[in-house]
Design a protein around this ligand. Structure first.
Ligand SMILES: Nc1nc2c(ncn2[C@@H]2O[C@H](COP(=O)(O)OP(=O)(O)OP(=O)(O)O)[C@@H](O)[C@H]2O)c(=O)[nH]1
Length: 495
């Protein structure tokens, strides 16, 4: 088993030496001889590997926190094509949306077109930028830009540097010159997740020269498992702060060790998820019955919202399902929960008749929407959003009408089954999905995931007991309710 895991890690581009160390430390941690016979060895080894890897990438330190009201200069370094310019803009937008006055400085005078690229990105994100088409000394441009923005009281000043030179030494010299000129509060290295085994050497070389304090891994939405990233962290003892999850401006997520390692090993914490959900005593009966009949009322939506709220932070939930965390890119727990609470207030301001309706009543008498908006302290637009969410779910329920009955049957058949076995089979399926690299996080096949969770094929994938099958609707809803871009039902990026 250890051999298998080590092979998988090597395949995922984790550094050879690191795998060796890991192997030794597993053997040292797990005392196989003295294990009582009842202990599930496989699970124990898996957990040890998982913990070791998480320990490796967990920075155990507070990441750099920019201070409000003062200039925070952040310099980016990294090889060409690693996604530096894109990530600079993503980060500037990230801070800007959190109330920091942010801007970008292009210090790449080597590549013609670098400034244009930054300009385009910055304009799209409505972020002020600085660069020069005539000045050839990058350190001078960087200093000019930083000084100008400091004077204008910008709080986040991000400096993008060149990643390409005729010789590596020239690139490194230039990095040092820029660093000396702008004295960054933080230097971040951008590393492409697809870099593989070169990650260690590259990150070490950059560390020796530019002594960056944080790493951002880009392109984690691709097929690469990101093992190189772990090697880079291990080699340089530098924390990963964010991960890039796509080409879109919003595809930047705070790094979190557990989901990252889960993906690397191709397993989500499904067991944890099942236990968590089962401990919540969610009220599903009516909704399940309704879905089986192909119906989904406003009240069903309300109950589902409340169930989701009970589950705790969405990001935590998502982290337990391989790939889902990344897929929900940019999702902020607080924003999500505020949005959901408002949706519940809206439902709570409805009459029983409205709640038990299919929503058409609001179309027939639109003043009802105004009344509900007033009563809940929200806007008509938000009421419309809730109703369109419900309509979408109702459409799904209709399609699933027949399927719902099968689901219930399958559930009943499994109620007496061996949960442990079901769970093991489930994990295996999750692993094969994650491990086979099906398009990585962004590309996870939601249909398959939902089918599995619902166990609609009546196979071992289902989870028995109450509650779980309704994950189907929950997932869909989670997908539809991401705040920010597009509002209700407006996702689809990250794919
Ligand atoms: N799929 C995906 N693509 C990304 C991500 N980040 C960046 N890219 C893409 O990677 C390519 C290179 O990104 P750039 O930002 O131009 O790279 P750079 O490091 O600035 O390159 P130089 O300017 O040559 O130094 C672009 O096509 C980006 O859209 C990511 O997280 N996921």
């Amino acid at each position: 088993m250890i051999k298998e895991i080590c092979a998988a890690l090597l395949e995922a581009d984790v550094n050879v030496k690191l795998v060796g160390t890991l192997r030794k430390s597993i053997k040292a941690t797990v005392n196989f001889k003295e294990l009582p016979p009842a202990v599930n060895k496989k699970r124990l080894i898996q957990k040890t590997v998982f913990d070791e890897l998480v320990k490796l990438v967990d920075p155990h330190a507070e990441p750099f926190k920019p201070k409000k009201g003062k200039p925070n200069v952040i310099m980016f370094v990294g090889l060409q094509g690693s996604g530096k310019t894109t990530t600079c803009t993503k980060l500037a937008r990230h801070y800007q949306s959190r109330g920091f006055k942010s801007c970008l400085v292009c210090a790449d005078t080597f590549r013609a077109g670098a400034f244009d690229q930054l300009k385009q990105n910055a304009t799209k994100a409505k972020i002020p930028y600085y660069g020069s088409l005539t000045q050839t000394d990058p350190a001078v441009v960087a200093k000019e830009g930083v000084d100008k923005f400091k004077k204008e009281r910008f709080e986040i000043i991000i400096v993008d540097t060149s990643g390409r030179h005729r010789q590596e030494q020239e690139l490194f010299n230039e990095m040092v010159q820029i660093q000396t000129a702008v004295k960054p509060d933080q230097t971040i290295m951008v590393l492409d997740a697809t870099i593989g085994q070169q990650a260690e050497a590259q990150s070490k070389a950059f560390k020796e020269t530019a002594d960056y304090g944080a790493i951002i891994i880009t392109k984690t939405d691709g097929h690469a498992s990101g093992g190189g990233a772990i090697s880079a962290v291990a080699a340089t003892h530098t924390p990963i702060v964010f991960i890039g999850t796509g080409e879109h401006m919003l595809d930047l997520e705070r790094f979190s060790p557990q989901p990252f390692v889960s993906k690397l090993l191709g397993m989500g914490d499904m067991a944890g998820l099942v236990e968590h959900v089962q401990s919540l005593k969610l009220d599903q009966k009516d909704t399940m019955k309704h879905i089986a009949e192909g119906v989904f009322t406003v009240r069903d939506l309300r109950d589902q919202l409340q169930n989701i709220m009970k589950m705790g932070p969405l990001s935590k939930m998502a982290g337990m399902i391989p790939g889902l965390g990344q897929m929900m890119g940019g999702m902020d727990d607080e924003e999500g929960s505020v949005k959901m609470k408002r949706m519940i207030y809206i439902c709570d301001s409805m009459t029983n008749k409205e709640l038990d309706s299919d929503g058409k009543i609001f179309v027939e008498q639109p003043t009802r929407m105004t009344r509900v908006a007033l009563g809940s302290g929200t806007s008509v637009r938000e009421v419309e959003d809730v109703l369109s969410q419900q309509r979408m779910m109702a459409g799904m329920a209709k399609k699933m009408g027949g399927m719902g009955k099968n689901m219930q049957r399958a559930q009943g058949a499994m109620a007496g089954g061996n949960r442990q076995q079901q769970m093991a089979a489930m994990q295996k399926r999750m692993q094969s999905m994650g491990g086979a690299g099906r398009g990585g996080p962004g590309g996870m096949d939601m249909g398959a995931l939902m089918k599995m969770m619902g166990g609609s094929d009546g196979g071992a994938g289902g989870m028995g007991g109450g509650g779980m099958p309704d994950m189907q609707s929950m997932m869909k809803m989670m997908g539809g309710m991401m705040p920010g871009d597009g509002g209700a039902g407006g996702r689809g990026r990250g794919r």
